[in-house]
Design a protein around this ligand. Structure first.
Ligand code: IVH
Length: 697
């Protein structure tokens, strides 16, 4: 796990301290008012830590409006008083700080806490939802913690906060309102279509949407409950019960009433009895973060039992029985300097954001994906914009949106290319992803390099330089030309002696016998990578059968849906002359060990596919992580995946609830942690080798 080392801002004198307090107050006000803060979370945390450090040394000079002394975000004082203060949380940033917190809690209550509840810290806005006899009557923001703003107009737009509870009880549900990634994308699309400026991130979008009273459109948000408490009118028995119930049981009760809680997510709240267990769970949640459909910025750990909470009590800003374990920031604001248009091996022209370098969670981010031109338009991005950039785990960094309120007016529109930036040919703009009219011939060197790579035709001795040489000499104009190269042609090239020539010819000859799955992968059909190529080849068994398939038949292959099928069929038609040329050059077009599917209407139990039921990995979804040892040591990840599929399993690169087995070698990290977290079976490389011994050469 990355340990966050949030350093403190250095404050040298009283004037700098006053300025720091002013900056922090302004940033917090903007943050709670609509997420339009010029400071990202990391910068804010650093500033507040600096302020706290200075105050510790100069307690007599602490300013009354310091962000350390009050309920965070005390900017929006509304009209509706809270029955019980809506507090904030104190933060810890490392296992050591967390352990120290548990020790101080134990001292305060006179014994160790033996039941903690551990939940994700949802990155949205706190809200109190008041239900009378089961009916949702009022929504109130946190405001300054004592009173909040009435935002009842949002009733009906928040998923997970039902208008009517399953029972006619009078209670207040507290929790977080946020936008999922999909809701955020949708909200910005609708907003920009209505002439509004995009929101910078999901949190800002939720804040702005919640407070907007009169809008021509509504956009949905999501609620997750994390508190259940009585109201003055609550039936006395229920009020007494709520006051004595453990937090975990309250959450189960909220779920029964129909309120959404984290229990429906990949990171449900759990209870843990030791500090070690809590820290393992923190690590588990951190490992899942990048894949969650909503933002989290930490993990909240609470003393679960009501008696422990009461014994600990609360300060004016935060309870003493709960703490936020902050995870490293995954969002930073930086500037969009340029947009590059790169042509890929299949001719796709993809835009990429060039950013002012920014460090996010320990890595310097200079580029971020922009997907396609429509995506740029949808996000309303301009050159020179400050942009919110997101990076978590291994995912490619992405630009979330411009920080529109930081615009100066000097930003420039992003120019879209009129012709292919690589070869000057026209551009096919009929699909979302633009493509050079020359298709994969535009970037022949890239498509050949891919085709001869280790996981495709695996032709040794054909490095990038050699391919450039062959293309420049006019000897190779497509993949099939490689297979008709003569000894004399190769000997005629510079730096190509007899030994290298013979080795290359031998490698080309061997490549003719690669299985169909690899030949198909080498063709670089858009939307199909290594594992999809294997699935297609195993399903159809021969290239002729693949080419005979229409879109409907193509959908019989697992993972190919209504969208992908027609484009794969169309690509194969486009590739037909090349495929014919490859076949004529003697390249294998069959998949060993498989039989073609029986004609439509026949029971699929007769097909090569269905015979997998007897294989050792039948019905299993397998993920390989870490380095392999023993009999598997020499295998590339692709070869491991080929092996898994030959043995009847499905290979996947990410661990999810659907995974059945994780093969964890040396140095396995987050995938192993995630598997442990989800209770998925783990195997060492040796155990796995024993399982599939019959399939090892
Ligand atoms: S408990 C008195 N649980 O984080 C207890 N808060 O930085 C306070 N938050 O104000 C709330 N997820 O808006 C709690 N699982 C969770 C939470 C959570 C997000 C928010 C909440 C709170 C803020 C403090």
């Amino acid at each position: 796990m990355t340990v966050m080392t949030t350093s403190a801002a250095v404050i040298e004198d009283a004037a700098a301290y006053a300025q720091a307090v002013e900056d922090a107050v302004k940033a917090a006000a903007a943050y709670y008012a609509g997420g339009a803060s010029p400071m990202d979370d990391d910068a804010y945390d650093r500033l507040v830590r600096g302020i706290a450090a200075w105050e510790a040394a100069h307690p007599e000079q602490v300013l009354p409006n310091s962000p350390t002394g009050k309920v965070a975000g005390g900017a929006l004082v509304g009209e509706v008083p809270h029955t019980v203060a809506m507090l904030s949380l104190d933060n810890v940033f490392s296992p050591e700080e967390f352990t120290a917190w548990t020790a101080s809690l134990a001292r305060r209550i006179g014994h160790d806490v033996t039941c903690f509840s551990v939940e994700p810290k949802l990155d949205g806005l706190a809200i109190a939802a008041r239900y009378t006899h089961g009916r949702l009557r009022q929504l109130i923001t946190r405001g300054d913690g004592t009173a909040g703003e009435d935002v009842s107009h949002a009733i009906g737009t928040i998923d997970g906060l039902p208008d009517q509870l399953a029972e006619p009880v009078t209670v207040e549900v507290r929790g977080e309102v946020l936008m999922t990634t999909a809701q955020f994308e949708h909200a910005n699309e609708v907003r920009t279509r209505h002439g509004g400026l995009p929101f910078a991130n999901p949190r800002g979008a939720a804040a702005g949407t919640l407070r907007a009273k009169e809008r021509a459109y509504t956009v949905p948000m999501t609620f997750f409950g994390y508190g259940l408490l009585p109201l003055p009118d609550t039936e006395p028995e229920l009020a007494a019960l709520l006051g004595h119930t453990a937090h975990s049981s309250l959450m189960a009760r909220a779920g029964e009433l129909g309120v959404n809680t984290t229990s429906s997510t990949a990171v449900p709240g759990i209870t843990a009895s030791t500090v070690g267990e809590v820290l393992t769970r923190v690590q588990g949640i951190a490992a899942l973060r990048a894949e969650l459909p909503f933002g989290i910025d930490g993990v909240v750990i609470k003393a679960d039992l009501a008696a422990d909470q009461q014994a600990a009590g609360s300060g004016s800003r935060a309870p003493r029985w709960a703490i936020a374990y902050k995870l490293p920031a995954v969002e930073k604001i930086t500037r969009l300097l340029e947009v590059e248009w790169n042509v890929g091996r299949t001719g796709i022209i993809a835009p990429r954001a060039v950013l002012e370098p920014v460090v996010i969670d320990g890595a310097t981010v200079t580029y971020a994906t922009l997907h396609n031109p429509a995506d740029i338009t949808r996000r309303d991005l301009r050159l020179g914009d400050h942009v919110m950039v997101y990076r978590a785990g291994d995912v490619i960094p992405r630009v979330e949106a411009p920080v529109a309120h930081l615009r100066t007016g000097d930003e420039q529109p992003i120019a879209f290319p009129d012709v292919c930036p690589r070869c000057g040919a026209g551009i096919d703009t009929s699909e979302q992803r633009w493509r050079c009219a020359n298709g994969r011939n535009c970037h022949l060197v890239a498509s050949l390099s891919y085709a001869v790579g280790r996981d495709q035709l695996d032709i040794e001795g054909l490095g990038h330089t050699r391919i450039v040489q062959l293309v420049d000499a006019g000897l190779v104009a497509d993949l099939a030309d490689l297979f008709t190269l003569t000894r004399d042609q190769l000997l005629g090239l510079e730096r190509m002696g007899a030994t290298s020539t013979d080795n290359l010819l031998a490698a080309l000859n061997a490549a003719r016998n690669q299985p169909l799955s690899r030949v198909l992968c080498a063709l670089g059909v858009r939307g199909t990578g290594r594992s999809m190529s294997r699935r297609i080849a195993r399903y159809f068994a021969t290239m002729d059968h693949i080419r005979a398939a229409d879109a409907e038949t193509m959908q019989q292959v697992e993972g190919i849906g209504t969208e992908k099928a027609p484009s794969i069929v169309a690509e194969l038609i486009e590739l037909a002359p090349l495929i014919d040329k490859l076949a004529a050059a003697g390249v294998n077009m069959t998949e060993p060990g498989t039989a073609p599917p029986t004609p439509a209407g026949t029971d699929s139990a007769d097909t090569g596919e269905a015979q997998t039921a007897d294989l050792p990995l039948a019905e299993m979804a397998v993920v390989v992580t870490g380095s392999m040892t023993g009999p598997l040591e020499k295998l590339s990840r692709n070869q491991m995946n080929e092996l898994i599929e030959r043995a009847g399993g499905r290979s996947s690169s990410s661990v999810s609830k659907k995974t059945t087995l994780v093969v964890a070698g040396d140095g396995a990290g987050s995938k192993r942690a995630k598997a442990e977290d989800l209770g998925i079976r783990l195997a060492t490389p040796d155990e796995f080798a024993a399982l599939i011994a019959d399939f090892l050469d």
